[in-house]
Ligand binder design. Structure first.
Ligand SMILES: [Zn+2]
Length: 317
């Protein structure tokens, strides 16, 4: 089931199968998901909903633990590097579990036994496709109008309806709507007509409610910062865990930012559990492929230290 490498040879199972050397489109991700699931039968694949254009919103699950931790990538279209980063993490983690190895210096079986990880690597597949491949025929006219006749989509963050999915959640959504510059569908910053009006944001909210996650990590870019508080709803352990994440990455933890209606804001408000936004890397979005390895290593270290910190502080072994 494995793929031949550039020399026509098949890689051993423990090697990377994720194709992070290329632009990470929805199709590439979908093939990688199938491949991972075939190599690692303990990686289960669910579809938690469909995008506006009918693409599957995939969730991968690994682990047997009672505590549930959720990670997602590409809420924002031009931050698609976070999809390949989350897929690479699944690859590394699954490989470590299969081969009885450590990940980021920690025994992978500790995570596997204590946690169930839920990963949605691409929350906004229509938006990612727009940034990578241009406007789809079905929405060409409206997209070009929203983009002010600009045919370059590298600064597009929204979904294909021009709604910013990370401005859609019922955590002071009205405040955000009032003050946002975008009052109609736009490439970025438009919160929609009402909270959770879009199928992608709705699917994530339903997943979080159903699964009752104990912690979430949302991968965004860029800035090398970690946001960890919302309006005082964050639990005390959120600060202790972020200090571990800062240590391994050099990223800066920030308790409060002047922003509402994000997935993480809502999660912390709704469940009073730790939630983090990781602003991966530095530069202009979309971050270049050449930055992948460095950004992946930092993110992997952040995720591992976060999971370890969570187990140390929350799980009674
Ligand atoms: Zn973002």
């Amino acid at each position: 089931m494995n793929k031949p490498n550039q020399n026509g040879k098949y890689e051993p199972v423990s090697s990377y199968v994720i194709r992070t050397e290329k632009y990470y489109s929805y199709e590439v991700m979908e093939e990688d998901i199938k491949l991972l699931a075939s190599i690692y039968p303990f990686v289960t694949v669910n579809v938690i909903g469909k995008s506006v254009l009918g693409k599957s919103l995939y969730e991968l699950r690994i682990g047997k633990g009672e505590r549930r931790v959720h990670i997602n990538g590409s809420f924002h279209a031009n931050e698609w590097l976070t999809s390949s980063i989350s897929m690479q993490f699944v690859n590394d983690y699954a490989s470590a579990v299969k081969n009885g190895q450590k990940i980021g210096g920690i025994d992978s079986m500790l995570f596997f036994e204590q946690l169930t990880l839920s990963i949605v690597p691409m929350v906004n597949p229509d938006g990612v496709e727009l940034v990578l491949n241009g406007a789809p025929a079905s929405h060409k006219q409206s997209i070009e109008e929203m983009n002010k006749e600009n045919y370059e989509y590298s600064w597009w963050k929204a979904n294909i309806n021009g709604v910013d999915l990370n401005n859609q959640f019922p955590a002071k959504w009205e405040v955000e709507k009032e003050r946002k510059y975008a009052k109609e569908p736009s490439p970025r910053d438009y919160p929609g007509k009402e909270p959770l009006s879009e199928p992608e944001s709705k699917a994530l909210a339903e997943l979080a409610k159903k699964e009752k996650f104990d912690m979430i990590l949302a991968l965004h870019s860029q800035g090398k910062e970690i946001y960890w508080g919302y309006e005082g709803y964050e639990p005390a352990i959120a600060k202790e865990i972020v200090q571990e994440m800062e240590k391994v990455s050099g990223y800066k933890g920030i308790q409060y930012i002047d922003s509402h209606a994000g997935f993480r804001d809502w999660f912390i408000q709704e469940f009073q559990k730790p939630g983090y936004t990781i602003e991966v890397g530095e530069g202009v979005n979309p971050l270049p492929l050449s930055s992948f390895q460095e950004n992946y290593q930092d993110t992997k270290n952040i995720i591992v230290s976060c999971l370890k910190g969570f187990i140390d502080k929350v799980v009674i072994i």
